[in-house]
Design a protein around this ligand. Structure first.
Ligand code: ZN
Length: 332
């Protein structure tokens, strides 16, 4: 999910007069920059999210120190261009993509780039009331509606693994290409996180279904639903303990939700599984723990929302992809 105040300053900042930083490791072995920039060493590497962020931070850093340098200096410009075209082969085509087809093109390219072909939703749905479309209830849904009513410059977007949908509010079509790409990359990273859970042995759609079931049961119980109360009473009379009843309700709900999820994520379930103790499996476990404590954005939980692992990865990733595309687009 993403709530974004629309802004246009991804990488411009005040110039710094003198600085000689040293960067170690991927994607740069060592970089020396002086105000006159006599040496810039870039090393290409694979396309994992982390290194994309490092690359973006580095180029942003150069731009902050010497605004416009990457564009003006022919040597640096050509190096950056080559590097970005190796890392993001689709930037070239996307740069010239007409406004009218940009969203779908950018979406399709990012799906391919993030290796989500066949498992991500087919498109980013725009123009809907997000809380409504994603069937959100409670505090967050109200907060989103109030936020939207009070500030027309806020674009609300949501990915929901239960429905396998990415939905953006009506502001989305009016955003510029960089803002659109920012949102697309952010939401697709959420999709990738959930696909990782689905592919991991011991987690999968069952674990996700159980998480939804727990949430739903808690909402129903809190709401004082008469049918639920009657059912609980009946089970108590049969001699079941409260814990046993709760477990039974959650288990029944899990089975039914899991069936739905298996349909929606059928393609992801076809992918080779991640072993529980593999690097990917351990990462997926962390994602799942984050799903369990995930709270959708609302005005009082902003810190908790932004520090959740799922968002902590998605915000900088979206910003990096978008920022790099902006840098690329400015090059001759
Ligand atoms: Zn998000």
């Amino acid at each position: 999910m993403l709530v974004s105040r629309i802004q246009n300053n991804y990488y411009y900042n005040k110039p710094v007069s003198k600085c000689t930083p040293h960067f170690e490791g991927n994607p740069f072995r060592k970089i020396h920059i002086r105000p006159e920039v006599d040496k810039v060493t870039l090393r290409k590497n694979n396309s994992n999210p982390k290194s994309i962020e490092k690359l973006y931070r580095f180029l942003k850093f150069i731009n902050d120190m010497q605004p416009g340098l990457i564009i003006r200096d022919e040597k640096i410009s050509s190096k950056v261009k080559t590097l970005l075209e190796i890392k993001f082969p689709f930037f070239k085509g996307l740069k010239n993509e007409p406004e009218v087809s940009f969203t779908q093109k950018a979406y399709d390219e990012m799906v391919e780039f993030m290796e989500l072909k066949g498992v991500a939703p087919k498109k980013i749905e725009t123009g809907e009331e997000v809380a409504e479309a994603l069937n959100l209830k409670g505090n967050s849904a109200d907060a989103w509606r109030e936020l939207k009513a009070g500030n027309e410059n806020i674009c609300i977007v949501g990915y929901n693994y239960q429905f396998g949908r990415i939905v953006c509010d009506p502001l989305f079509p009016t955003l510029d290409k960089y803002q659109k790409l920012y949102i697309i990359a952010h939401e697709l990273l959420h999709c990738k996180q959930h696909v990782a859970i689905i592919r991991t042995e011991g987690l999968g759609t069952k674990a996700l279904a159980n998480n939804i079931a727990r949430g739903n049961v808690s909402i129903v119980l809190k709401s004082g639903n008469k049918i639920a109360q009657a059912y609980i009473l009946q089970m108590l009379k049969k001699g079941m303990t409260a814990d046993e009843i709760l477990r039974k309700i959650v288990n029944n709900a899990t089975v039914s939700i899991e069936k739905d999820l298996n349909g929606i994520h059928a393609n992801a379930l076809e992918l080779p599984k991640f072993k529980k103790n593999s690097k990917e499996g351990r990462q997926a476990k962390k994602y799942f723990n984050a799903v369990k404590v995930y709270e959708r954005w609302n005005p009082v939980n902003q810190k908790k929302y932004r520090s959740n692992r799922l968002e902590k990865e998605a915000y900088p990733y979206g910003e990096a992809v978008s920022g790099l595309f902006k840098i690329y687009s400015a090059l001759k």
